[in-house]
Ligand binder design. Structure first.
Ligand SMILES: Cc1cc2nc3c(=O)[nH]c(=O)nc-3n(C[C@H](O)[C@H](O)[C@H](O)COP(=O)(O)OP(=O)(O)OC[C@H]3O[C@@H](n4cnc5c(N)ncnc54)[C@H](O)[C@@H]3O)c2cc1C
Length: 476
């Protein structure tokens, strides 16, 4: 006899689970449509106690649990793979959506895992504070997913990755026990910092139910510029100068290659090219301050004039209104969606030392075109973090399936070049299913063995998100 799902349904109650095949798709298909998973049941608990009861019940029956947030992840991490030998249920955080507390004096916000990121930003702003995590999927991704992927985004330069924004966590272990680590402290040296294990664990160790997040002063002055440069090297030189001259108030430095910008403009015809006559690479620079009397338009404008005189840029335009600033950002944010319209693409989310970015882009683009004539390497990303989304679109007339069939071969080379230059094959999106084989290939065996030992200790029954991070089961 197979596992019994009725106790799980009883825990959440009528209306808080999905089993109708017609309604399951939204939980089973990932954002890019690369994976179409299988599961008979999605559970939507509304409290930590319900999550705890579900986990205990799943452990007792050997049912696997696939945590899911906004399902905006790009590596298939939230997609279940039920098979005859292993039943997997989706544990959705969407009803765990309360902000439990904003403590303005402490500069913290305690929120449940299913809160949508944009809602958290808004709640912090209404309290006069800033929750600085920001990424293009912020209208749908959730805090628990952000934490589980250690999401990066556009403000890492100034505020760090999600890991740097999390002070405490509440986590339910696979056996149902609750780890009450929801402390909002900046200092707390009391042995191993266990919450760090769950940040970036992609749901393979436990289910995050809530987090205590760091808040910052809301900037009172903000300036955004769109800059044209002639090469990746020039973009890196511009960034170095901006970091020197604008200091900690430089909060975003994004790179857009010409093709990425062309895709964005074709996808959003209402948007205008900010600098149609200049450059082949573009940089989106943003500086912000909460200093008394700060005028970032003036400061960023002065920096750009000097950079122009020094030959560090080809041309630049400073946003003169909120609407223009939004248009600059929309060009950057819509690239992933725009690329979807241009057929199949093979994605790489890599990071490199800044000094190696130009060498990487030139060498790897040439190699890709030599292997697949007509393919279109689309380069964009978080320049200041050395993080490129180096996504190769199919040749315009190619068969998408044929092109995607070369994913493994092409990616192994791309990742090898990144690793060879001192970089990483996985910068901010995580491993999920997509890069499990790459993790096994590129990560040091001693590091891998330790990761697997941690997995076995925290999840001895192996019920948490099987097949993610590690392609093979890691039970002894
Ligand atoms: C257009 C677009 C732009 C993006 N830009 C960026 C970017 O700039 N930077 C960046 O880092 N990412 C980016 N992403 C990727 C994605 O948005 C992030 O990885 C995000 O953090 C995922 O959040 P989610 O709630 O959608 O998680 P999901 O996709 O639902 O899940 C992601 C992983 O977290 C696990 N998980 C989810 N919730 C929990 C929980 N409560 N407890 C335990 N495990 C859990 C899942 O099992 C899965 O392994 C982008 C995605 C899109 C579509």
């Amino acid at each position: 006899m197979g596992p019994d799902l009725s106790p799980l349904k009883a825990i959440v109650g009528e209306g808080a689970y999905v089993e109708d095949p017609a309604l399951l798709d939204r939980y089973l298909i990932e954002w890019r449509g690369l994976y179409h998973g299988r599961s008979p049941l999605v559970l939507k608990p509304a409290s930590t106690a319900e999550v705890s009861a579900i986990m205990a019940c799943c452990t007792a029956q050997g049912i696997a649990v696939v945590p899911q947030g906004g399902n905006s992840g790009l590596v298939g991490g939230a997609i279940p793979w039920s098979s005859d030998s292993q039943l997997q249920v989706v544990l959705s955080a969407e009803r765990l959506n309360r902000i439990r507390e904003i403590d303005a004096a402490n500069g913290t916000m305690t929120a449940e895992a299913g809160c949508i990121l944009a809602g958290l930003q808004q709640a912090a702003a209404e309290a006069g504070l800033l929750f600085p995590l920001s990424l293009a999927a912020e209208g749908s991704c959730q805090l628990g997913g952000n934490i589980s992927t250690n999401a990066g985004g556009i403000n890492v330069l100034r505020y760090g990755n999600t890991r740097d924004l999390i002070l405490g966590l509440e986590v339910v272990l696979p056996d149902g026990r609750v780890l009450p680590m929801l402390r909002g402290l900046r200092k707390d040296n009391t042995g191993y910092d266990l919450k760090q294990l769950f940040i970036g664990a992609e749901g393979t160790l436990g289910f995050i139910t809530a987090a205590s997040c760091r808040l910052y002063p809301q900037p009172t002055s903000l300036a955004t510029a769109f800059v044209a440069v002639d090469s990746v090297d020039a973009a890196v030189a511009l960034y170095s100068a901006a970091r020197r001259d604008l200091g900690g108030e430089l909060q975003a430095c994004e790179l857009l290659g010409e093709l990425a910008l062309d895709f964005a403009l074709a996808y959003q015809p209402a948007l205008r090219h900010p600098l149609p006559a200049a450059g082949s690479w573009f940089v989106l620079l943003e500086a912000a301050s909460s200093r008394l009397g700060a005028d970032m338009d003036e400061e960023l404008g002065r920096f750009l004039s000097q950079a122009m005189e020094q030959g560090l840029l080809a041309d630049a335009v400073l946003a003169t209104s909120g609407a223009q600033r939004s248009q600059f950002w929309e060009l950057r944010h819509c690239i992933s969606a725009a690329q979807k319209q241009a057929g199949a693409s093979i994605k790489h989310d890599i990071s490199l030392p800044l000094s190696k970015l130009a060498e990487f882009v030139a060498k790897v683009s040439d190699w890709l075109v030599s292997q697949v004539p007509g393919c279109r390497p689309v380069t964009f990303g978080h320049l200041g973090d050395g993080n490129l989304h180096f996504n190769v679109s199919q040749p315009a007339d190619a068969d998408p399936e044929d092109f995607l069939g070369r994913w493994e071969f092409l990616s192994r080379y791309v990742h090898g070049q990144a690793v060879g230059l001192g970089g990483s094959f996985s910068a901010e999106h995580g491993i999920g299913t997509l890069k499990a084989a790459e993790l096994a290939h590129w990560r040091d065996p001693v590091e891998l063995a330790l990761m697997q030992a941690i997995k076995r200790t925290v999840d001895p029954a192996g019920i948490m998100n099987p097949g993610k991070l590690f392609s093979a089961p890691v039970l002894k």
